[in-house]
Ligand binder design. Sequence first.
Ligand SMILES: O=C(O)c1ccccc1N[C@@H]1O[C@H](COP(=O)(O)O)[C@@H](O)[C@H]1O
Length: 213
Amino acid sequence: MDIKICGLKTPEIVAAVINQGASHIGFIFFPKSPRHVQPEVAATLAQAARGKAKIVAVTVDADDALLEDIVSTLKPDILQLHGHESVARVQTVKERYGVPVIKAFSVREAADLDAALAYVGVADRLLFDARAPKGSELPGGNGVSFDWTLLARLDGSIDYMLSGGLNAENVAAALAQTAPAGLDVSSGVESAPGVKDETRIAAFFEAVRKARI
Ligand SMILES: O=C(O)c1ccccc1N[C@@H]1O[C@H](COP(=O)(O)O)[C@@H](O)[C@H]1O
């Protein structure tokens, strides 16, 4: 199972998540986020992880100038589009930058999943996150979950990652109700917004291992 730890900001945490066996690490390029980093900083942090985990650049309705800067500076393995990017925009981004795309969707009700189906075959992978709480300026990284049972309506052949409020305490329940190809976590392995915690990271990986025995 793929595990992506998102919102990394320090070399110590990059080393910790690689040691735990993360398949993906994510860098956030969204100034309103407490996890925001500049492309140059992400590129330096990514050096220790390249070839060991996929490097994911997370953007929100980014324009071409920002994507060009990120792609040329960080050289990500994957772009995660976490805004309202259309099917056409996802297709264009893939073609223009030659990088696989994870398209994120905010889920609160069944209709949100139906809307995501239009991206199957265009995005390389879908990612289901919770709808942001009212008042939040972040489309992701809010530490809130959605009703996982909604995912039962998906065709089993759809490749998706699950995110939204996952942590060591609830990941076993999430895996009992869903069948994702991967998990994506940010707030659930932090001690404060934007501050990753090695003990919580280790506990998350341990909980996933236990749940999958
Ligand atoms: O983490 C952020 O700050 C963020 C900002 C803007 C877009 C996406 C963001 N993170 C994504 O949100 C989910 C994880 O959220 P959670 O904190 O575990 O609930 C994950 O997909 C991140 O890539």
